[in-house]
Design a protein around this ligand. Structure first.
Ligand code: 13P
Length: 250
């Protein structure tokens, strides 16, 4: 059985005061609503330490929005997994479309990050998804296949349990245009099949890999999306950045 997961990506949207108030509110109010779901939040790097301190000993996990795949080293402006471990942080996003689109992050570089994270005990959430132009050109599955092959290819099966995937169609991110449950389910089933194809006996690996959907997830669509057989949770931007709308997802 795969867990149901709600992950909140706070992006670069919150001030320190807002991020700390949101974390404090979640610590107080989320435990009674959580049920059997898992919750993870991804504050921006400048707020990681304080948010992690607030959420310590709470059921809400904390993750980084990005990492550099290396032990402590001279790498200006980046955050390393060793630094996150010290704060008790065990999750990281990799390859979010905003980083792919605006910072030219490639699936090949994502592969290095995912592999480094998973080898070092972190859970990596690998984000994939097509743009509107790619969908309209009928290239959705080609794009997803390439992102999966390049991003997850040659990752050893023994560390694959520490990898989750997030399907985030770029046209649905922050636009209010949510993929229909059928569109999302179709893409998730395809991603699961691609993961299965990475290994000789890949079906059991693919069947246990959580695949989250991201793109305008809100209280009024989360239940139907999470009711699809291959959708294991949501990676939520806007609706995770205010206490009431975050709590309403549970
Ligand atoms: P929205 O929920 O604001 O569309 O953002 C989705 C996202 O990019 C999560 O990583």
């Amino acid at each position: 059985m795969r867990p149901k997961i709600i992950a909140g990506n706070w992006k670069m949207n919150l001030s320190e005061k807002e991020a700390l108030a949101l974390a404090t509110g979640l610590k107080e109010k989320l435990p009674s609503r959580l049920g059997d779901k898992k919750a993870v939040v991804f504050p921006s790097s400048i707020h990681l330490a304080s948010v992690a301190r607030i959420l310590e000993n709470s059921p809400v996990s904390v993750g980084a929005q990005n990492i550099y795949p290396s032990p402590l080293t001279a790498m200006t402006g980046e955050t390393g997994p060793d630094q996150l471990s010290e704060l008790g942080i065990g999750f990281a996003l990799v390859g979010h479309s905003e980083r792919r689109q605006f910072l030219k992050e490639t699936s090949v570089f994502c592969n290095q990050k995912i592999s480094y994270l998973a080898k070092n005990g972190f859970t990596a959430i690998y984000c994939v998804g097509e743009t509107l132009e790619e969908r309209e050109a009928g290239k959705t599955f080609e794009v997803l296949s390439k992102q999966i092959q390049e991003g997850l290819g040659s990752i050893p099966s023994d560390i694959f349990p520490r990898i989750w995937v997030a399907y985030e169609p770029v046209w649905a991110i922050g636009t209010g245009k949510v993929a229909s449950p059928a569109q999302a389910q179709e893409a998730h089933a395809f991603i699961r099949k691609e993961i299965s194809g990475l290994f000789q006996n890949g079906k059991s690996i693919a069947d246990t890999t959580p695949i989250l959907y991201g793109g305008s997830v809100k209280a009024d669509n989360v239940k139907e999306l999470l009711g699809q057989p291959d959708i294991d949770g949501g990676l939520v931007g806007g609706a995770s950045q205010k206490l009431d709308s975050f709590l309403a997802l549970f």
